[in-house]
Design a protein around this ligand. Structure first.
Ligand code: PEP
Ligand code: MG
Length: 590
């Protein structure tokens, strides 16, 4: 039976493929295809892992003290029984032999199938055995991690992937850190039960240009392992087991968007100038040093936002030191070859926690309301040693090109002064250590209403500002950007948000200080003309969005549109603002 599941469209395009259900806690398990002749070796890995876990459980059983509860021994027996269940083992082997999944993936794929059967059981005792199976799988995965497999997790076999059915990932949730695994995975799209339009999971999906739908609430319950699904990333719909006619329509749309993409690609190195001759800078948002090359190839004239915190994720608790960070920043700066690279200091907290094992995170683990808690610059100022290391690393990279330093979530003068002091100290320490550095421009993210309202203060202390609309909307409207339950209220068209954005651009322009927008609004074609009309001349977005935004800019007369902004700002409701803008602007757009 075909069903449709609705969610929030967060990354455009169509993906068609077989569903791979992955429990949220296992999104980071390696997913790659093996070559058919490697199946035997992969099955061997499974066998070794099973023997290792069985020996571990037997040893545990022997060590159970006499006085311990008899239930403990019974539990270990259940785990051992599961481990030796031939039907289960055969099913896992099938994923390897017939579908060419690596061992870790095969185990988790079968776990999803069996977990579903447990969920449907009437008997409560049997239903609860699911937790036991999960523990056994956890042990198996740990045992497998001692032996990285035929190709190693880092080498997803894309060659093999092209021979297999395309795959899409369905999970209850995916953490931003786990999204980084996607960059080298075999999945062509994903759907999650939770999340909002500007949650970092959605942002990373857009940066990779793969179709995604979040906030579906129950996709992971409704879809079964291996179902054929279509992800419509434009409409925010997941179609499970589509009828042939629907499938054909989506295949057609997929081909159309590939053609459109190829057409836009030709624009990438064209100069970006409006019809009235205004030069516009299109910069890139990146997450990792290696993305810098992608930004350049997409035609970016610099990096407007390097989210440095992604370098601190997936590290198994060991954070990068000054030297490692320096090398990472230098890679990005050298790739840009003299074009500016705006490095934002670490913005952890909220929906971007550091690794669980990190001592820093453990210390602040029980934050009640993380979006309002120890996040971004607040976190850095509470960890002066780490902040110093990061500042020194960035300063050292500045001798290899043009570096700009960007501070997230500043709201207080006190914070500005502390940042200046930390920067001076970092320079002194580099002098003492004999390391060279250049002068870097210092900028502030305007993403808290307090900063937008006190912009003159910020303009006195900073060389440039960058509007982080994702958080500015979140904090102006008091909407958690990652919470799908209130996603309908998260609205960039809200007149209060537009007023703060317009006034920030106008005041910065009047003061002669560079201003850009680096939130998702900058890469959303619905806002391009409005931002131009507000006076914005610098946009920073995912590399994949640059060409389509450029196309809109090339067709816009910014001077003609400028007079329309006040109607929009005077609207009472987000819908009124949107309609007021679109109806007037359309008449003037070419
Ligand atoms: C923003 O808040 O708009 C922004 C660009 O920063 P981030 O999305 O990383 O919070
Ligand atoms: Mg932000």
């Amino acid at each position: 039976m075909s069903i449709q599941v609705f969610g929030l469209p967060v990354s455009r395009g169509v993906a068609i493929g077989r569903a791979v259900l992955v429990a949220s806690s296992r999104v980071d398990v390696a997913h790659y295809f093996i070559e058919p002749h490697q199946a035997e070796r992969e099955v061997d890995r499974l066998r070794c892992a099973r023997d290792e876990v069985a020996a571990e459980l037997m040893a545990l059983k022997q060590d159970v003290p006499e006085e311990a509860h008899a239930e403990l021994v019974a539990l270990l027996d259940v785990h051992l029984m599961m481990l030796h269940d031939e039907m289960l083992i055969e099913a896992v082997k099938q994923w390897v032999v017939e579908r060419h999944y690596n061992a870790e993936w095969a185990i988790t794929a079968q776990l999803e199938v069996v977990a579903r059967q447990f969920d449907e059981m009437e008997d409560e005792y049997l239903r609860e055995r699911k937790a036991d199976l999960e523990q056994v799988v956890e042990r198996m995965l740990r045992a497998l991690s001692n032996d990285v497999g035929v190709m190693g997790a880092a080498h997803a076999s894309l060659q093999a992937a092209s021979r297999e059915d395309p795959l899409v990932l369905i999970a209850s949730d995916i953490a931003p850190a786990d999204m980084m695994h996607f960059k080298r995975s075999v999945f062509t799209g994903f759907v999650t039960d939770v999340g909002g339009r500007t949650s970092h999971t959605a942002i990373v999906a857009r940066s990779m240009d793969i179709p995604a739908v979040v906030g579906t609430r129950e996709a992971s319950r409704l879809v079964r392992q291996d179902d054929w699904v279509v992800i419509d990333g434009d409409a925010g719909v997941l179609i499970v087991n589509p009828p042939p006619i629907v499938l054909e329509e989506y295949r057609f749309r997929q081909r159309q968007s590939e053609l459109e993409r190829a057409r836009l690609h030709r624009l990438r190195h064209a100069p970006c100038v409006t019809l009235d001759g205004q030069h516009i800078d299109l910069l890139a948002n990146i997450e990792l040093p290696s993305d810098a090359q992608v930004a350049l190839e997409a035609g970016a004239v610099g990096v407007g936002l390097f989210r440095s915190e992604f370098m601190f994720m997936n590290r198994g608790g060991r954070l990068p030191d000054e030297e490692e960070q320096f090398r990472g920043y230098r890679t990005a700066v050298q790739a840009l070859n003299g074009l500016p690279v705006t490095i934002r200091t670490i913005d952890v907290g909220a929906d971007k926690p550091l690794d669980r094992m990190s001592t820093h995170e453990l210390r602040h683990e029980h934050t009640l309301n993380p979006a309002l808690g120890l996040r971004a610059i607040r976190w850095s100022l509470s960890e002066p040693e780490m902040f110093g290391e990061q500042l020194r690393a960035i300063l050292r990279a500045s001798t290899h090109g043009k570096v700009r330093l960007l501070i997230p979530m500043v709201a207080h003068l006190r914070e500005i002064l502390q940042v200046r002091q930390a920067l001076e100290q970092a320079c002194r320490e580099l002098d003492e250590a004999g390391h060279a550095y250049a002068q870097v421009e210092l900028g502030a993210m305007i993403e808290v209403p307090a900063a937008a309202l006190m912009l003159p203060l910020f303009l006195r202390h900073f060389d440039f500002v960058s509007i982080g609309t994702n958080d500015l909307i979140q904090y102006t409207l008091a909407i958690d950007r990652a919470d799908e339950a209130v996603a309908h209220l998260y609205d960039a068209w809200h007149p209060a948000v537009l007023q703060l954005v317009a006034q920030t651009i106008a005041q910065a322009n009047a003061a002669g200080k560079p201003v850009s927008v680096c939130g998702e609004m900058a890469g959303d074609p619905a806002f391009t003309e409005l931002l131009l009309a507000m006076g914005l001349r610098s946009f920073s977005m995912h590399p994949a969005q640059i060409s389509s935004i450029k196309q809109r800019i090339l067709r816009t007369d910014a001077r003609q549109l400028a007079g329309l902004v006040e109607h929009v700002l005077a609207s009472d409701e987000p819908q009124d603002a949107c309609v007021a803008w679109l109806s007037r602007a359309r008449r003037l757009t070419h």
